[in-house]
Design a protein. Structure first.
Length: 301
């Protein structure tokens, strides 16, 4: 799709009825032609603000973009909590540093989704394959922009759901074991992060890992230890947010008003749904549907 990219598949030939933003179409345009790094194949119908205003739980927004299938990957990952102990499932692999020394690399289970697989299926599969634990989704009270099913009651912000808590955008580069159909130098990797759970009597199954994952080791760590070993990777932020949502969900569900609501779905609850940022920044208030500021931290180990 331009200089530096791999050859397009044959069905994007210049004689095809499907136009593509290659050299043949760009040559017919007047004026200077953008290079592969600056041009855009996506022209929005309506101009939107250059940078959306997000909560303090998110990084700034990115410009509108369109990417062809060979230039992106979709993946799913999980923060897995054991509610009975409050511990977090964290994986470790021994890798070589720049000096050739063995060092531990700590991470959370994640991976690419398979063809025909949903993101939810991929999240559960990756968590099981890499950790050895049988994982299920952990419903949480959280803000979401996902619509409810047709004919269902209006979404109740106090109802626990299992939507992703984050979507992560990362660059990826060609690797010798990467299964990329058309090659190329790399692209964009979008990972959808969910929250899962394991029971108190969970055991690690053997033989679940792929050949390049046999060196993984699974640990159940406290919140403090998990955020410490994951520090600097961005995954500590995922653990913090998931843990805060889980603790808040427990507090809300254990209030008398919430128990009354579960007995009587038509009852109104005055409980607030609040999510605190790691630095004590933006807070989401589910009753009023607005964001507030608070100095206190919502996470207590």
């Amino acid at each position: 799709m331009g200089s530096g990219r791999s050859t397009l598949p044959s069905y994007f030939s210049r004689t095809s009825n499907v136009a593509h933003p290659g050299p043949s179409t760009q040559a017919s345009r007047s004026g200077p032609q953008p290079n592969a790094q600056t041009r855009s194949v996506y022209t929005p119908r309506f101009q939107r603000p250059a940078q959306p205003i997000f909560s303090e739980l998110s990084d700034p927004g990115v410009p509108d973009r369109m990417w062809f299938s060979q230039d992106f990957m979709l993946g799913a990952g999980m923060v897995v909590i054991q509610p009975s102990s409050g511990r977090i499932v964290v994986l470790r692999e021994t890798v070589k540093d720049a000096q050739g020394r063995d060092v531990p690399y700590w991470f959370l289970p994640k991976g690419r989704k398979d063809v025909g697989e949903s993101l939810e299926e991929a999240a559960l599969r990756e968590a099981h394959e890499e950790s050895g634990y049988r994982v299920s989704f952990l419903p949480l009270i959280m803000p979401t922009n996902a619509p409810t099913e047709p004919g269902s009651p209006e979404h109740d912000p106090r109802r626990p759901i299992t939507e992703p808590i984050y979507v992560q955008l990362m660059k990826w580069h060609q690797r010798r074991y990467a299964r990329v159909q058309y090659g190329g130098p790399g692209g964009e990797y979008l990972t959808f992060w969910y929250v899962g759970q394991i029971p108190a009597n969970a055991t690690i199954e053997s033989g679940t890992r792929m050949p390049d994952e046999v060196g993984y080791q699974t640990y159940l760590l406290t919140y403090e230890d998990a955020t410490r070993v994951l520090g600097g990777t961005g995954m500590d932020h995922l653990v913090h947010t998931a843990y805060a949502l889980w603790q808040h969900t427990q507090r809300i569900l254990n209030t008398p008003a919430s128990r009354e609501r579960s007995d009587n779905p038509n009852a109104n609850s005055s409980a607030n749904v609040m999510v605190q940022s790691p630095a004590g920044g933006s807070v989401y208030d589910g009753d009023r549907g607005e964001r507030r500021l608070s100095r206190s931290s919502s996470v207590r180990a």
